[in-house]
Design a protein around this ligand. Structure first.
Ligand code: NAG
Ligand code: NAG
Ligand code: NAG
Ligand code: NAG
Length: 569
C-alpha cells in the first residue's frame, strides 16, 4: 500500500506570534497535516533555524555555498547541500536552514553535562563580485541519562539554562518559558507536569501516566511490562544584546520498561456469595481473551453466557485499566470443601491476555478462597413407642434462629417442661404422650388409635417455617370394654376430620344416655348391656352387643356419627 496514494485535504487557520530575530526549533520525525507549528513537519526536519538577516539582501543575491562546522569547516555548494537533504533557503529578510538529527553536518557538544546536537552554518550569498555571509546555529538536547532521569513514578527532564552554542555573551535575559505537551502549550493551572528551575537547568517533571502521554505493553517471557511515552515541549524566549531568540524543543521521552507487578485484588465479600476478582493494572492495549478454570476454558462471551460479570474499568487517576470478574459461589467452577461448621469456597483461574497491536499473549494465574459459616437449618426427627412420641430437634448453624410449634401451640418453656424437654447443646428432646392435647386423632379402630404430632420450626421474626415435621403412629387402645357384670364402657374421640363436633352432645342410641364425662376431645360413656338402646346378636360362640354413638337428630346439623360395638366372648 503506497502512502502516496492517500491524499487528505485539511483546512485550518493558524495564528502566529511575530517572528523573533532568531527562531530555533528542535523537532522530531512525524507528519501532522493540521498542525499550526511554524515548523515544516515532513520526514526530515529535525533542527531548524530561521534567522533575520541583519542587512536585508537585495534581489540578485543567491545562496551559492554553505559552510558547515562539524566543528571543522566543511564547505558545500548549495546544490549539493540540497541533494544531501539539508534545507537551505531565504527570503529577502530571513534565512532558513534545516538538518536532520543524524546528518553528518551536526556534531555533539556537552552543555552543562547534557549532550546537545549542534548544527552550525555560514551561508554565503553571492551577486557578481559581491558576497554576503549569514551565520546561524541551532543546538538541540539529546535524550540520554544526563538530560532525562526516571523514577517509577516521575520523569525529570533537564534543559541547560545557558546553551553555550546559542549564547555568546553573559548578557542573556530569559523572558518567557512555556511548557507544553504534544506541541500544545499548557495552561499552567491544568498542567500535569511541573516546571521549575535551578541555577543551571530548567527542570520539567512529569508524572508517569500524565495526560497527553500513553502507555504501551511489552511481554518478556510471561512477564508484563509497560513503557510510557510523552512528548513535552519547552518554548523559551530570551534576549541578548537586543536580539531575541525563540527556542522550541519538542522532546519525546519513553520510559525504560516498568514492571508493574500484576496484582490480583480479591474484593470478595463472602456473605454476598460471589467471588470478585480485580486484575491489574494494564495499558489500554491489552485485551482479556479467555479464562481457564480447572475443567474448562471459557471465552469472555461464554463467561457472560454463564452469568459471570466480566468488565474492564479505567482507573480514575491514570490511563491504566483493570479487569473485573465476578463468579457466583454456586457456579460449578467454584470448588467447595466443608469443615466443622464452615465451607471453604475456592476458585482457581488463569486469565488469558493479549497485547493487541503485537499479538503477544500472556497469562496470569490467580487463586481465591472464601470461607463462610456453614448454613445448616435445624431439623427434626422422631419415633414412637406404645405410648409416647419422641421428638428430637437438631439445632442448625447459629444464623438459624427458630421457635418450635408443637401442634398449634408455641413450645413455651412451660410446655417444654411438660413434655420432658432435655437439651444437650446440639439437640433437644421432647416426649409427648400419644393422646396429649397437642396431637391430632387421625383414625380409630376398636383396639387402636392413630394419632399424629406436628412440629414446625419457624423464624421468630418472619414466622416463615424453616422445617416442618409430622409423624403419625398407631397406639394400642381398646376404646370399648365389657365387664362380666354387664357394664360396658366406651370412649368416643373427636377425630381431626370432624372439627366441628362437640363431644358433650354425643349420645348413645337412646338419646337420653349422654357421656358420663366429656371435654372438647372426648366423650366417655358407661352403660349396661340392657340399657340405652343396646341390641344383642347371637353368634356361633359369642354374643354381640351393639350400640351407636351419635349426635341426636335435632342437634345433628353437621354430620357426625360414630358407632360402638362390643363383643362378649
Ligand atoms: C489511584 O488513586 C488511588 C486512590 O485514590 C490510589 O490508591 C492508587 O494508588 C492510585 N493509582 C495510581 C496508579 O496512581
Ligand atoms: C486463551 O487466550 C490466550 C491468550 O490470548 C491464548 O494464548 C490461548 O490460546 C487461549 N486459549 C484457548 C483455549 O482459546
Ligand atoms: C446430643 O444428643 C443427640 C441425640 O441423642 C446426640 O446424637 C448428640 O451426640 C448429643 N450431643 C452431645 C454434645 O452430647
Ligand atoms: C361392674 O364392674 C366394674 C369393674 O369391675 C365396676 O367398676 C362397676 O362398678 C361394676 N358395676 C356394677 C353395677 O356393679
Amino acid at each position: 500500500q503506497m502512502l502516496e496514494d492517500e491524499v487528505y485535504q485539511v483546512v485550518k487557520t493558524c495564528r502566529y506570534t511575530s517572528w523573533a530575530f532568531r527562531e530555533i526549533v528542535c523537532d522530531h520525525n512525524y507528519m501532522e497535516a493540521s498542525d499550526c507549528s511554524k515548523t515544516f513537519r515532513g520526514h526530515v526536519p529535525i533542527y531548524m533555524i530561521s534567522g533575520t538577516i541583519k542587512h536585508p539582501i537585495d534581489a540578485g543575491y543567491r545562496i551559492t555555498t554553505v559552510v558547515f562546522f562539524t566543528p571543522e569547516e566543511r564547505i558545500m555548494k548549495a546544490t549539493e547541500a540540497h541533494q544531501r537533504g539539508y534545507g537551505v533557503g531565504n527570503t529577502p529578510t530571513r534565512v532558513i536552514l534545516r538538518s536532520s538529527r543524524s546528518a553528518l553536518a551536526t556534531y555533539t557538544q556537552t552543555v552543562a553535562g547534557v549532550p546537545m546536537k549542534v548544527f552550525k552554518t555560514s551561508t554565503i550569498f553571492e551577486k557578481q563580485w559581491l558576497t554576503a555571509r549569514v551565520d546561524a546555529v541551532a543546538a538541540c538536547p539529546v535524550l540520554d541519562g544526563h538530560s532525562v532521569s526516571f523514577t517509577p513514578t516521575m520523569i525529570t527532564w533537564r534543559l541547560p539554562q545557558h546553551i553555550d552554542p546559542l549564547m555568546s555573551s553573559g548578557r542573556v535575559q530569559l523572558l518567557e518559558v512555556y511548557l507544553g505537551i504534544n506541541g500544545q502549550r499548557l495552561d499552567p493551572t491544568e498542567m500535569p507536569a511541573k516546571l521549575s528551575a535551578d541555577v543551571s537547568y530548567i527542570i520539567v517533571q512529569i508524572p508517569v501516566g500524565a495526560d497527553g502521554g500513553y502507555f504501551k505493553s511489552h511481554i518478556q517471557g510471561n512477564r508484563y511490562l509497560l513503557s510510557y511515552t510523552i512528548e513535552p515541549m519547552l518554548e523559551l524566549l530570551w534576549t541578548e544584546d537586543g536580539e531575541d531568540t525563540r527556542y522550541k524543543v519538542l522532546f519525546p521521552i519513553t520510559t525504560p520498561l516498568l514492571s508493574l507487578n500484576l496484582q490480583v485484588f480479591d474484593n470478595t465479600v463472602p456473605k454476598q456469595r460471589v467471588f470478585k476478582v480485580v486484575l491489574g493494572h494494564f495499558a489500554p492495549d491489552v485485551a482479556l481473551m479467555n479464562i481457564t478454570f480447572p475443567s474448562e476454558v471459557l471465552t469472555i462471551a461464554q463467561c457472560h453466557a454463564r452469568g459471570f460479570n466480566v468488565r474492564e474499568q479505567v482507573s480514575p487517576n491514570s490511563s491504566l485499566k483493570v479487569f473485573i470478574l465476578e463468579v457466583p459461589f454456586t457456579d460449578p467452577a467454584v470448588l467447595q470443601s466443608r469443615g466443622m461448621g464452615f465451607i471453604v469456597y475456592s476458585l482457581h483461574l488463569t486469565f488469558g491476555l493479549l497485547v493487541l497491536n503485537e499479538f503477544a499473549t500472556f497469562s496470569h494465574t490467580a487463586y481465591l478462597e472464601a470461607t463462610l459459616e456453614d448454613r445448616v437449618p435445624p431439623s427434626v426427627s422422631g419415633g414412637c413407642d406404645y405410648q409416647n412420641f419422641y421428638v428430637l430437634v437438631k439445632h442448625g448453624t447459629s444464623d438459624f434462629n427458630f421457635q418450635a410449634m408443637v401442634g398449634k401451640r408455641l413450645l413455651t418453656p412451660g410446655l417444654a417442661q411438660q413434655y420432658g424437654y432435655t437439651e444437650n447443646g446440639t439437640h433437644f428432646n421432647l416426649v409427648v404422650p400419644f393422646a396429649a392435647p397437642d396431637v391430632e386423632f387421625e383414625a380409630i379402630t376398636p383396639t387402636s388409635i392413630r394419632t399424629r404430632i406436628d412440629v414446625i420450626l419457624k423464624d421468630p421474626e418472619t414466622n416463615v417455617p424453616i422445617t416442618d415435621f409430622s409423624m403419625a403412629c398407631n397406639f394400642f387402645l381398646p376404646l370399648t370394654e365389657c365387664f362380666p357384670n354387664g357394664t360396658i364402657t366406651t370412649l368416643a374421640v373427636k377425630l381431626e376430620s370432624v372439627p366441628s363436633l362437640n363431644p358433650s352432645e354425643l349420645t348413645l342410641h337412646d338419646p337420653t344416655c349422654g357421656p358420663v364425662y366429656s371435654d372438647d376431645r372426648y366423650a366417655y360413656f358407661v352403660f349396661t348391656a340392657n340399657s340405652c338402646g343396646t341390641t344383642r346378636k347371637f353368634l356361633p360362640n359369642a354374643m354381640l352387643y351393639e350400640n351407636d354413638i351419635s349426635v341426636p337428630h335435632d342437634l345433628e346439623t353437621k354430620s357426625a356419627s360414630d358407632s360402638e360395638e362390643a363383643e362378649f366372648a
